[in-house]
Design a protein. Structure first.
Ligand SMILES: Cc1cc2nc3c(=O)[nH]c(=O)nc-3n(C[C@H](O)[C@H](O)[C@H](O)COP(=O)(O)OP(=O)(O)OC[C@H]3O[C@@H](n4cnc5c(N)ncnc54)[C@H](O)[C@@H]3O)c2cc1C
Length: 478
């Protein structure tokens, strides 16, 4: 793609050093292209950045923290970032779900142990997840790379599609009889970040549950920043360059390159490249809808979270709330309304990775869904939910750091209104992400590609948007 300033030393420019931008850069560099990544923030990584935001010695993941998708992603597996020193570490239990004080459900790596804990719903749990968990490579590849022809695993894709299309609210009520299994499943499905009455929410629940059994829900030793650092190290070893503190404001300012990849969401793409886009494609991006936001908080703790149910001590991730609270929070946030008692998604990373805090101390990361752009302080609601299932929690707090929607967007312009998924992930915007095509990463402008979570397959640290954007770009260069 030609632009204003010719540069004979460059083949590709990537705007945005999130996981998708960095994976795109690495794949292009591996193919022999000379690549420059321009990143607005002072550190590369986008949603992978970690920092000591509460107290010295306490490392917090400010965006993504659980790397189940990364562990299963065909792109991340092909890149083998362990060779750059990345270490993913597992908590004893992937997921706990605290319903109320003393009542919880546990999702173990072992499907048998999980089923046993769910009592009379154990058989149904096994029926829903056993095959998907056993065939996690086929499941992950098919779901994260859905436009590939022929599909990675047609059987897995069909099996997943037939069950996954249903709304999770319906499936939860129809399949499970008791609150623990219903709440556990609702929490998994709510990662879809849309109301549980919407189609495909069951698919998100099945995918994340299948991965919890299949590969686990690990965190990165030292913080998620180490995933970004490994990608940057790989890129540099291939001759690529990352320039931080450089916000791209217009396509015309970019050095000339045959390939330009934007790790940005439609609103930013329009601001930067709007003039270059054909009117029809620009209108499609203008109609892009962002989803509900999140209100995130980070705590430095004097000791472990004092869970009322001690079984939660070994769970890396803990979901908090009844099945009804999970459904109501997601429904109301999508309608632009707050609830006083939101369901909460918490991660106690130090259970798996004690290096993130001084000896004997812990960190906690949590968020709840709020309306897009909300300015309401949700910290009291988050802490009330934690206190409900972990009495004495507040007494353990040494330091706090909160990031509501505006702070999140200020930290990373891709998080529009606090939406952490790059745009609402309802059926329409999943089918056409951001446009209906077998190669949705390509724009109508030759040489210009999109790769952010606003492209297929959507949010999460899997790098597949970047991997496929680079793949399409390389195919079109030859
Ligand atoms: C609070 C939170 C919790 C999350 N939890 C998880 C989790 O546990 N597991 C998981 O898999 N995913 C999680 N996610 C989602 C995950 O972080 C994202 O889906 C992922 O980072 C998207 O990658 P990306 O490369 O598309 O964009 P991003 O990671 O958002 O990166 C975009 C980059 O572009 C830069 N940028 C923006 N505008 C410009 C510009 N004009 N010029 C130059 N650079 C620019 C930004 O600074 C940023 O570095 C979470 C996200 C958040 C915010």
């Amino acid at each position: 793609m030609a632009s204003a300033k010719p540069n004979p030393d460059l083949d590709a420019v990537v705007a945005g050093a999130g996981p998708n931008g960095l994976v795109a850069a690495v794949r292009l560099a591996e193919a022999g292209l000379r690549v420059l990544v321009l990143e607005a923030a002072d550190h590369p990584g986008g949603g992978l950045r970690s920092a000591e935001v509460t107290l010295p010695g306490f490392v917090h993941d400010l965006g993504a923290t659980v790397h189940a998708l990364g562990l299963a992603s065909p792109a991340m597996r092909a890149l083998d970032l362990q060779a750059e020193g990345l270490e993913l570490v597992h908590p004893p239990t992937p997921l706990g779900h605290a319903i109320d004080a003393g009542r919880s459900a546990l999702l173990h790596r072992s499907i048998d142990a999980t089923a046993e804990g769910l009592g009379r719903d154990g058989r149904a749990w096994r029926g829903m997840l056993a095959r998907l968990s056993a065939n996690w490579p086929g499941l992950a590849a098919s779901v994260l790379d859905p436009t590939r022809l022929p599909p990675h695993d047609l059987g897995a894709l069909l099996g997943f599609g037939v069950r996954g299309l249903w709304p999770a609210s319906l499936v939860g009520r129809a399949v499970f009889r008791d609150e623990p299994a219903r709440a556990l499943f609702a929490g998994l499905a709510a990662h879809a970040a849309v109301p549980l009455g919407q189609p495909l929410t069951t698919g998100i629940g099945l995918m994340l549950g299948g991965l919890a059994h299949g590969v686990g829900w690990p965190v990165a030793r030292g913080g998620s920043q180490s995933v970004a650092d490994a990608l940057v190290a790989r890129l540099r070893s291939l001759g690529g360059e990352v320039r931080t503190g450089h916000r791209v404001t217009a396509l015309a300012e970019l050095p000339s390159a045959r390939v330009v990849v934007l790790d940005l969401t439609p609103r930013q793409v329009l601001a930067i490249a709007g003039d270059a886009l054909p009117a029809r494609y620009a209108r499609r991006l203008e109609r892009w809808r962002y989803g509900a936001g999140v209100f995130a908080a980070h705590w430095a703790l004097d000791g472990p979270v004092p869970w009322a149910d001690p079984a939660l001590a070994g769970a890396g991730t803990v979901h908090i709330g009844t099945a009804e609270q999970v459904a109501r929070t997601e429904r109301e946030a999508a309608r632009g309304r707050h609830v006083d008692d939101p369901w909460v998604l918490a991660v106690q990373a130090t259970v798996a990775d004690p290096t993130r805090a001084p000896a004997g101390k812990h960190t906690l990361w949590a968020y709840c869904r709020v309306p897009n752009g909300s300015t309401v302080d949700a910290l009291p609601a988050l802490e009330a939910q934690l206190e409900r299932v972990a009495p004495g929690f507040r007494e353990r707090v040494l330091g706090r750091h909160v990031m509501g929607p505006a702070a999140l967007e200020g930290w990373n312009a891709n998080l529009v209104g606090g939406d952490i998924g790059g745009g609402a992930t309802d059926l329409r915007q999943l089918a056409a992400r951001p446009s209906l095509s077998l190669t949705p990463w390509a724009t109508p402008v030759p040489g210009l590609y999109l790769c952010s979570s606003s492209t297929l397959p959507g949010g999460g640290v899997h790098g597949m948007g970047g991997w496929n954007a680079a793949g399409v770009a390389l195919a079109r260069l030859t």
